[in-house]
Design a protein around this ligand. Structure first.
Ligand code: HXC
Length: 257
């Protein structure tokens, strides 16, 4: 596909999607949303893909949904177009995803990062939900995912005042898994993705699905769900290969079956 607002590449089993609207600090307009979702779904459908990395530029992961595009729209425009609903399809991608965040991750940018499974940040990353300053509220899941990630106290303060978190605070609060020096961010994200992509793909999908359940359901139901998937992995050839490789003291050669 010919994309205008993103760049895509594949190295081995790892896919990289780079947001590329530098003139607007990667603001998420309709076109960019559709391109990211289309690219992610295409990679997801391709069994050659084991992990997808989404990144921006050193200055901005994404400075939010596109304010200029939204400004003139009415309630009916937003409702009938089901504005932002396409982002839900990114959350439904089965392949594990990694967000590599440098610079501004504000509003929809923070929400896009939180839609990914693993979130790595550089020291310059800044996270926030400043929508309230524009007279709106988060619309791509921020009020829910930020609260689940960092708890009510910080989420309320951020959504009500627009206060941002720097990378160190975001790591302490559990929003990001690790901080990586800026110049190593993309390489490190690709290395993490390569590690994930080297696991059994169906088993990685099940691990992703199981952890994701923790955000959706009660503990008892979540543990039950995990147990079902845990039993199911014994139907894979990769379980036999992984455990045999351990016993035989060699590296496993997963076939993704
Ligand atoms: C459209 C944007 C934009 C955005 C930046 N730009 N953010 N355009 N939508 N969200 C544009 C600017 O207009 C400008 O273009 C260019 O990008 C560079 O931005 P500057 O402001 O000149 O850069 P700087 O001074 O470095 O400030 C960076 C910044 C600031 C602090 C990130 O741009 C900013 O506050 N942006 C808005 C952040 C925000 O409120 N995000 C939430 C959006 S709402 P021009 O051509 O004008 O010079 C959202 C809500 C989702 O995401 C759900 C609600 C319905």
């Amino acid at each position: 596909a010919a994309y205008e607002t993103i760049r895509t590449e594949r190295t081995g089993r790892t896919a990289l999607i780079t947001l590329d609207r530098p003139e607007a600090l990667n603001a998420l307009n309709l076109r960019l949303m559709n391109e990211v979702v289309d690219a992610a779904e295409s990679f997801d459908r391709d069994p050659g893909t084991g992990c997808i990395v989404i990144t921006g530029s050193p200055r901005a992961f994404a400075a939010g949904a596109d304010i200029k595009e939204m400004r003139p729209r009415s309630y009916m425009d937003m409702y009938l177009d089901d504005w932002f609903a396409a982002w839900d399809r990114l959350g439904a991608v089965r392949t594990p995803t990694v967000a590599a965040v440098s610079g501004h991750a504000l509003g929809g940018g923070c929400e896009l990062a939180m839609l990914c499974d693993i979130l790595l940040a550089s020291e310059t990353a800044v996270f926030g939900q400043p929508e309230i300053k524009l007279g709106v509220i988060p619309g791509i899941g921020g009020s829910q995912r930020l609260t689940r990630a960092v708890g009510k106290a910080k989420a309320m303060e951020m959504c009500l005042t627009g206060r941002t978190m720097d990378a160190a605070e975001a790591e302490r609060a559990g929003l990001v898994s690790r901080i990586v020096p800026g110049e190593e961010l993309t390489a490190e994200a690709l290395a993490v993705a390569e590690t994930v992509a080297g696991m059994s793909a169906p088993v990685a999908m099940m691990a992703k699905e199981a952890v994701g359940r923790a955000f959706e359901t009660t503990l008892t139901e979540g543990v039950r769900f995990e147990r079902r998937l845990f039993h199911a992995v014994f139907a894979t050839e990769d379980q036999k290969e992984g455990m045999s490789a351990f016993v035989e003291k060699r590296t496993p050669d997963f076939t993704n079956r």
